[in-house]
Design a protein around this ligand. Structure first.
Ligand SMILES: Cc1ncc(COP(=O)(O)O)c(C=O)c1O
Length: 362
């Protein structure tokens, strides 16, 4: 079989692999604690269910505009203007099949072969794979200390080929929130130097501690002349992972390009999912506030237990469902450690190497 270089080189998603392994072990009757999962355990609200049922009963589930249903874009604009203190318009928004497609639309629209995309480690492992799919080059910036990138270190990786910087805060996999000043410096630098910033903000509503995240829109003048792109979604904030709806906010010009890309890839997300998200937005922020309670409780239990284990290092997560623990005093090879944890304790974890972190940086 003659496969493309990309098809051969792409890595499978580590968490999906672990999900499969965990299901397999469970089906064999093993008692498994799956800490590698990445979705809220909550059900979607009865209100949203009722609205989906009503839609189905109309017997009319049809095509939608390529950038998403206008009413949904209006609601997203309203919601974002409220939480991000900005003034975006529905035309700045593209509704996509999950945040991942927003990231793909963005990179496909901006990156030419050979362009460099700076990725701050530890990072969500799909970033590098998507960059490869658009024939770009990933440039990884590792943190010097405490799992938070250093601005000068970021600057030292910028070259004349740098097209974009991907920032994910709150971060998958550390659960840490980057300092506002760092994000401000990066965005302002990129605005001045014509470099795109993709702000992957999918966990912005899953902050577990009393941390005030500033809106990235405060650091730009006007979205339509800006290089800032924000990706967000409904899946985690509203516990709607299976609906696969994300959205991007960008200049209108870039949004038009991303719509073209999307049209040729998936056309648009299904109407039913868009309606479900529209109704979830009607319920508003209170629902997502309720979602924080359980991850916070679990995080606190986890760190209470971890504090009893000698020789491990960690920084307590502040957001998301993720926690990054340094077990290197016990085992330096992280895939091996993960296997040991599954085998000996029935606990599924994701090896640090999947996030470009082989060794401790705490
Ligand atoms: C940091 C980050 N960005 C993007 C995504 C993709 O989101 P979606 O499932 O909405 O495509 C994920 C998924 O877990 C993620 O962790």
């Amino acid at each position: 079989m003659q496969l493309s270089k990309i098809a051969i080189s792409l890595k499978p998603s580590a968490t999906l692999k672990l999900n499969e392994l965990s299901s397999k072990l469970k089906s064999e009757g093993k008692d498994i604690i799956h800490l590698g999962g990445r979705e809220p355990e909550f059900d979607i609200s009865d209100y949203v269910i009722k609205k989906i049922e009503e839609k189905i009963r109309t017997k009319r589930i049809k095509y939608t505009p390529a950038s998403g249903i206008q009413e949904l874009k209006e609601k997203v604009a309203f919601y974002c203007n409220d939480i991000y203190q900005t003034s975006i318009k529905p035309d700045n928004i593209v509704i996509s099949s999950g945040a991942e497609q927003c990231i793909y639309n963005f990179l496909m629209s901006t990156v030419d072969p050979g362009d460099e995309v700076i990725i701050l480690a530890p990072y969500w492992f799909s970033y590098t794979e998507i960059v490869s799919m658009v024939y770009g080059t990933s440039v990884i910036v590792k943190p010097k200390k405490r799992l938070i990138p250093d601005f000068d270190e970021v600057l030292s990786h910028i070259t004349s080929h740098t097209k974009a910087i991907l920032i994910n805060s709150s971060n998958n996999s550390t659960g840490l929130v980057y300092p506002n000043e760092l994000i401000e410096k990066i965005i302002k630098y990129c605005e001045e130097n014509n470099i795109y910033v993709l702000m992957d903000f999918i966990y912005d509503q899953l902050i577990l501690d009393n941390i005030k995240i500033k809106s990235p829109f405060l650091y730009i003048n006007d979205i339509d002349s800006s290089n800032l792109v924000l990706a967000n979604r409904f899946s985690k904030s509203f516990a709607m992972t299976g609906f696969r709806i994300g959205f991007s906010i960008s200049s209108e010009e870039l949004a038009k390009r991303m719509i073209k890309i999307q049209t040729q890839m998936t056309s648009y997300p299904t109407e039913l999912s868009q309606i479900a998200c529209l109704r979830a937005l009607e319920e508003g922020k209170d629902f997502s506030i309720r979602l924080i309670q359980n991850p916070r409780k679990k995080r606190d239990i986890l760190f209470n237990e971890l504090s009893k284990i000698k020789k491990i290092k960690y920084i307590k997560s502040q957001a998301t469902f993720y926690n990054f623990i340094d077990f290197s005093e016990y085992e330096k090879d992280s895939p091996k450690l993960s296997q040991l944890l599954i085998k000996n304790a029935g606990v599924v974890t994701v090896p640090g190497i999947e996030f470009a972190m082989k060794r401790k940086k705490l």
